[in-house]
Ligand binder design. Structure first.
Ligand code: PRX
Length: 633
């Protein structure tokens, strides 16, 4: 195993040599001429001139060595359905889907929007896009119609793939009415919507644009669709993520760099070997799902387990039984799921044989020490916190399992991963921080392969948002605060912007504010994230009403609160729902009118908001304090 420091140093001092070697992990139909094109910073193009295909590398390439190995094991505790697909069977299903998509006009470079629950067809659809050279944009199934409409208009897909329904916690969610509403709201109207009918929805919509997949699957049962050999930097997918504004950003990823980075990460970070089984409990709508349910395990010849359901249904032992039953070696989820499991009967964990499990990986939000210690002790296996973002696509900080394994430090996701020139910088000067000094986590140019190439059709936004926020430096900002100790371990201290993290789901407070502002009763609104023992953070909303007199009674207030919460559900989805909506007469602002969100969050967490010399009217803070002290009506 390479020494941590040498390995990291080599990757930073000579990225070309380092990644030229790693690029051998994948198949190149045409070899690349140049490892890295640095001619147009901050843009970086990896493996220029090389031609490859993600689907070929994830599936076709394994047909020779592991045709009968399971590629995908699907388990739904919502429907009771379990299915297994060998690499040969997965290959056949992807070809059917690709042929069906092609028959609906999808071709190289086209966007396909995927709005699907956790079903195997989601994997087929994503890999079918990769096969055709089409660009998939997966929208999380928990998002509501207006959200979907915004993404349709931004991505301009030629096709939407959806299902009749999703299911969560025993509740069926009809998808077709949501898609219908999104299409009515969107300016861009794709001609077709391909429908996977699970026969779950009690009343599925019938619209002329809906095309059932099943007959097409039959028609193309024996189809073989060749892989499009794409230039390494052509886009593979666009995944929208929240930022400071209400308008989500389309994170665009390349083909070759992503394939190489993920394949390398399976060995060096996850220590996943061909033939291993990996269970990533996330959703295909998030980056963890893209990278570690689908692409990375398949690229590296593993078996991936895809799960539809919650960790506590039918009981809190369900995931551990999956480990035993499928001899799972690697597990990956978010700390919130572990906090949920911690509340269950500890005996449930002891009832399953967990001897196959080597490591549990956790990411997406801070891993608190009690949760880390509890699960580490209970499993008796390493628990590996890792830190990254939708933008990077794979971990930036971790204790890497396939490089010299450094001792873990509770509360820290570890040290910078190879490829990442990670530095904490002073917010005002841009200078590197001394050990122990709080700073913004930044990355130097070039970002390693696999990271975002740009913002979809908005290069200027990529440069302005990510590369222009640290004073005096041309560096990438993660918008996370952190602190690094003498030994190099980094601890994450929360976001520098208005992004919050509810149960591992990244959301913009601005998006929630915009949803609430759309309610007729609301004049002004501030949304902040506050610490929550279970979900990590929850959103709290403070609203100023247009006509406060109209809601004077407790009854009217609680009705209004319920109505406002419903508005967020309808506009964004239940995941964005504020834990409470407080009515106040005014919001704390600076004299120039900027909302003092950090001061509000401090009060809500029982902290001192500090000195606020620029506050317009200190009474507003008192108002917030009083609202927080008012019990729920
Ligand atoms: O604030 C950091 C937090 O989640 C953000 C990225 O969220 P998302 O784009 O959804 O990507 C998740 C990929 C795992 C980061 O900017 N975050 C992510 N991982 C950690 C974390 N905060 C603390 N510890 C982590 N391990």
């Amino acid at each position: 195993m390479p020494s941590y420091r040498d390995f990291h140093r080599r990757s930073i001092e000579d990225p070309e040599a380092f990644w030229r070697e790693e690029a051998k992990r994948i198949h190149w139909e045409t070899p690349f001429d140049t490892v890295l094109d640095r001619s147009n910073p901050p843009f970086a193009r990896w493996f220029v001139g090389g031609r490859t295909n993600l689907c070929h590398n994830a599936v076709d390439r394994h047909l020779a060595d592991r045709p009968q190995q399971n590629a995908l094991i699907y388990v739904s505790t919502e429907t009771g359905i379990e299915r297994r697909y060998t690499y040969t069977e997965l290959h056949a299903e992807i070809n059917r889907m690709a042929a069906a998509m092609r028959s609906l006009g999808v071709k190289r470079g086209d966007r396909v929007l995927i709005y699907l629950p956790m079903i195997p067809e989601a994997v087929f659809a994503m890999l079918a896009c990769a096969r055709l050279g089409a660009i998939h944009s997966v929208v999380f199934g928990g998002f509501a119609a207006p959200n979907l409409a915004a993404r349709i208009d931004d991505a301009q897909p030629v096709l939407i793939v959806t299902a009749d329904a999703g299911a969560r916690g025993g509740k069926v969610i009809d998808y077709t009415p949501l898609v219908d509403e999104a299409l009515a709201r969107a300016t861009h109207k794709p001609p077709h919507v391909l429908l996977i009918d699970r026969q779950l929805a009690p009343e599925r919509l019938n619209a002329s644009y809906l095309i059932d997949y099943e007959p097409l699957r039959e028609q193309f049962f024996d189809a073989h669709v060749p892989c499009e050999w794409l230039e390494s930097s052509e886009p593979s997918y666009v995944l929208y993520t929240s930022g400071t504004t209400g308008r989500p950003k389309g994170v665009q990823r390349d083909v070759g760099g992503y394939a190489v980075a993920l394949a390398a990460s399976m060995e060096y970070i996850f220590e996943g070997r061909p033939g291993d089984t990996m269970f990533t409990a996330s959703d295909i709508g998030w980056v963890v799902g893209h990278s570690y349910i689908i692409y990375a395990p398949l690229l590296a010849g593993l078996t991936t387990v895809m799960y539809e359901g919650t960790p506590v249904r039918p009981d809190g032992g369900v995931w551990w039984r999956l480990v035993e039953q499928h001899r799972i070696n690697l597990m990956f989820t978010a700390p919130t799921a572990i906090r949920v499991l911690k509340k269950q009967d500890p005996a449930l964990l002891k009832q399953s044989d967990l001897s196959s499990l080597r490591t549990l990986f956790l990411a997406g939000e801070p891993l608190d020490e009690p949760t880390a210690s509890w699960i580490g002790d209970a499993l008796g296996k390493p628990v590996v916190d890792n830190y990254w973002q939708t933008e990077t696509g794979w971990p930036m900080l971790a204790i890497q399992r396939g490089v010299e394994v450094l001792p873990p430090k509770l509360g820290s996701p570890g040290m910078p991963v190879y490829g990442y020139d990670l530095t904490l910088r002073n917010e005002d000067t841009g200078e590197p921080c001394a050990p122990g000094e709080k700073g913004v986590i930044t990355l130097g140019y070039p970002l390693p392969p696999g990271c975002m190439a740009t913002v979809w059709h908005d290069d200027a936004r990529f440069v302005d948002t990510y590369w222009s926020s640290v004073p005096n430096q041309h560096v990438y900002s993660t918008f996370d605060w952190g602190v690094q100790d003498e030994g190099g371990y980094v601890t994450i201290l929360g976001r520098t912007d208005d992004v919050i993290n509810i149960a591992g789901h990244r959301l913009g407070t601005r998006e929630i504010e915009e949803a609430l502002s759309s309610h007729a009763a609301v004049a002004e609104v501030a949304v902040v994230g506050v610490t929550d023992a279970l979900k990590g953070q929850v959103a709290l909303a403070f609203v100023v009403l247009r006509d406060a007199g109209g809601y004077a009674t407790d009854d009217a207030r609680s009705k209004l609160e319920a109505d406002l919460v419903k508005t967020v559900d309808r506009q964004l989805g239940a995941i964005a729902r504020p834990a409470r909506v407080h009515v106040v007469a005014m919001l704390p602002k600076t004299r120039s009118g900027k909302l003092l969100r950090r001061a509000i969050a401090a009060l809500a967490e029982g902290r001192d908001p500090g000195d606020l010399p620029t506050i317009e009217d200190p009474v507003a803070l008192q108002q917030v304090r009083e609202a927080l002290d008012t019990p729920r009506g």
